[in-house]
Design a protein around this ligand. Structure first.
Ligand SMILES: [Fe+2]
Ligand SMILES: [Fe+2]
Length: 297
């Protein structure tokens, strides 16, 4: 079996582009010396919202770490094993940088697991469990679709939206996100390349993969529904930031929506729509048909 299509996914490429490239001279993902804006630590509402958001990022990244490392031993070829080894380190780094953000927000090391439990979105927990069940069965095809196309396709756009929203208000967090976005782009690229070839070899796997996609999409939409209903509205956040002299209103546009002024419903809608639109395109490219999930209540 030839794995020429994995040329851009070897360790040498990873070394040059990532640790020796865009991560050069960073410190926990951001520029050395950058800090959370003071208001994030002073204003209890903003701080709690930052903690809540960061907790979901850590849980998503812990899932990606467990999945990418678990898939190494399920991979049918050596090139994929080596790529997944680089991805495992990327995911461990993501867990670390987001965990570090919680410490920067004043969470103590010994409070960490309790904070994760308190703020965990139960739908995100189900989403992660669904993926890890497949990985535990050593089902490489479904595992890569679940992780590299669905989980990371979702993470990619969530990070992008957060990065657009924090460019003005929190450059440190925006820089941390920029590095993770670059990593996720590579992970999604691997997923598409590898799965496209495997689905052509094993068309009989399509039905399982479509079932997993439908289930994970359901949990993902439920995650967003719950996430945008919790915590302060974007308008309240903007007002609280403005009081501290940080302007966010009229700021960044993302997918045609002005982030500082949108309602929670508008944000949920644009994020869900963007992710699903991209899912459909990606799945089509690998020869899998998108299955519309039930609408979460
Ligand atoms: Fe990640
Ligand atoms: Fe990733």
């Amino acid at each position: 079996m030839t794995t020429d299509f994995l040329k851009g996914y070897d360790i040498q490429y990873w070394l040059e582009s990532c640790p020796q490239g865009y991560l050069m001279d960073t410190e926990y993902g951001h520029q050395p010396g950058e800090r959370e804006p003071d208001v994030m630590l002073r204003d209890p509402v903003l701080r709690e919202q930052a903690v809540r958001t960061t907790v979901q990022l850590i849980l998503g990244e812990r899932c990606a770490l467990a999945a990418s490392s678990g898939l190494i031993n399920a991979a049918p070829d050596e090139a994929s094993k080596r790529f997944l080894a680089t991805q495992t380190l990327d995911e461990a780094r993501h867990v670390e940088v987001f965990t570090h953000r919680l410490l920067d927000l004043g969470i103590k090391n010994n409070e960490l697991e309790e904070v994760l439990k308190t703020f965990a979105n139960p739908h995100l927990v189900r989403f992660a469990e669904t993926l890890l069940e497949v990985v535990d069965r050593k089902d490489f095809v479904a595992g890569v679709v679940g992780q590299n196309l669905i989980l990371e396709g979702m993470a990619f756009h969530v990070f992008e939206m957060m990065q657009a929203g924090s460019q003005q208000t929190n450059p440190k967090f925006a820089h941390t996100l920029a590095g993770t976005i670059a990593d996720e782009r590579r992970h999604v690229g691997f997923g598409e390349n590898r799965i496209g070839a495997l689905i052509r070899e094993h068309p009989e796997r399509k039905a399982d993969v479509e079932k997993l996609q439908r289930e994970m999409s359901y949990h993902m939409l439920a995650t967003f529904g719950a996430a945008f209903r919790e915590g302060p509205s974007p308008q309240e956040m903007a007002e609280r930031l403005a009081k501290a002299g940080i302007e966010s209103k009229g700021g960044q546009d993302w997918q045609g929506v002005r982030l500082g002024e949108a309602t929670p419903e508008e944000l949920e809608q644009v994020l869900g729509d963007t992710i699903l639109k991209e899912f459909k395109k990606r799945l089509q490219r690998v020869g899998v048909e998108y299955q519309t999930p039930l609408v979460p209540m």
